[in-house]
Design a protein around this ligand. Structure first.
Ligand code: ADP
Ligand code: MG
Length: 247
């Protein structure tokens, strides 16, 4: 998109909110419901989380959504596929050194790297130590077979990925997945950036499963638009709580 459009995802600053924890939990459950419907007839169990820019809230959304998915009794695998800027090992307080990059580099097996039941029903595959060639590794046959095997065992496989405007890692895997959940942050992500992401996913015939807007303040919640291709919804959570803080 050539034209300059600096209109940001809208929102007004809300008053401080005592019920925020409750509303955060409700927001995740609402997203879970949408995702469950969307995935009901999907050809794959793999869901990719990405955004245009860094710090949109993908990792936070991805891990919390994985937890609420597991709470339904589903068996969930969370893969930290952001091998450049991994955070999920910190969220769940485990080491990142054994993980995805090691499996893809033929250094370790999945069994050696996966961390079972970081919360009940949720297994975590950390990033592994940062490799020099993440895109290449993610596009490899080894990655495809890892996902094929995981699909035999898990009900849902969530992949935390880098931002699309920075590297194309997420897109390498998108055609093999059920689709991409795009994360946009209020007052940070521009409509142009979001549109560009949607276009790049569509260009490779992958699906945009939905767009989740993060950091939405109370007074602007409820704005919602559906169309045939994706849903756009403002979710009302001012602070994306992590399951376990890495503070
Ligand atoms: N919904 C939210 N509201 C406010 N802050 C958030 C929200 N989600 C994430 N954050 C914060 O924003 C920062 C970036 O979040 P993160 O999930 O790591 O983003 P990304 O994975 O897109 O880079 C973190 O400090 C995180 O705690
Ligand atoms: Mg991240």
């Amino acid at each position: 998109m050539a034209q300059e459009n600096k209109s940001y995802i809208p929102g007004k600053t809300g008053s401080s909110n005592r019920n925020v924890a409750f509303r955060v939990a409700e927001a995740y459950k609402m997203i879970r419901t949408n995702l469950l419907f969307t995935l009901a007839n999907a050809k794959s169990k793999v869901v990719i989380f990405s955004s245009a820019e860094p710090s949109a809230g993908k990792s936070t959304l991805c891990s919390n959504l994985a937890i609420v998915m597991a709470q339904t009794g589903a068996k969930v695998l969370l893969i930290d596929a952001d091998m450049r800027k991994p955070v999920q090992h910190r969220n769940f307080r485990v080491s990142k050194s054994l993980g995805l990059s090691k499996i893809l580099g033929n250094l370790n097996t999945f069994e050696e790297c996966v961390v079972r039941n970081v919360v009940p029903g949720l297994d975590l595959l950390p990033s592994g130590s940062i490799p020099p060639n993440p895109s290449e590794l993610l596009g490899s046959d080894k990655m495809k077979s890892l996902l094929d095997k995981a699909e035999e065992v898990y009900d849902y496989i969530f992949m935390d990925s880098p931002p699309l405007a920075v590297v194309a890692d997420a897109l390498v895997l998108a055609p093999q997945s059920a689709g991409v959940v795009l994360v946009a942050r209020q007052k940070q992500t521009t409509y142009d950036e979001l549109e560009e992401c949607i276009e790049s996913v569509k260009r490779i015939d992958a699906a945009v499963l939905g767009v989740v807007v993060t950091d939405v303040h109370a007074t602007s919640a409820g704005y919602m638009r559906y169309d045939s291709k994706y849903y756009y919804r403002s979710y009302n959570y001012e602070y994306g709580r992590r399951a376990k803080s890495d503070d």
